[in-house]
Design a protein around this ligand. Structure first.
Ligand SMILES: [Zn+2]
Length: 95
């Protein structure tokens, strides 16, 4: 269990740590006041989950190859377009 105010580890049956309890004792909140708890840092568990998993080399190679194929295809399409434009321009210039 962690203190719901500051996030520090507290005994199982406790909601706030001793520091926060003492703090709140010093500055009591009136009953009709809305209290906004500070944003806590992500828990360690979720940090581990979001960490990038390592990709096996075969998969990396496959991805690079497919990306390279796409690049080649794009280049070919651009080149064909260029040839078409050039041919049309030549035809136009020749009358
Ligand atoms: Zn606390």
């Amino acid at each position: 269990m962690n203190c719901i105010k500051c996030g520090i580890s507290v005994p199982e049956n406790q909601v706030f740590c001793d520091t926060c309890l003492a703090d709140m004792e010093k500055y009591p909140v009136k009953p009709d006041v809305t209290v906004v708890l500070p944003q806590r840092k992500e828990a360690v568990v979720s940090k581990k989950k979001s960490r990038k998993r390592t990709i096996p080399p075969e998969e990396q190679l496959r991805r690079v190859k497919s990306r390279l194929r796409l690049a080649h295809l794009t280049l070919a399409v651009v080149f064909i377009c260029f040839l078409l434009v050039a041919a049309m321009l030549l035809k136009y210039l020749q009358g």
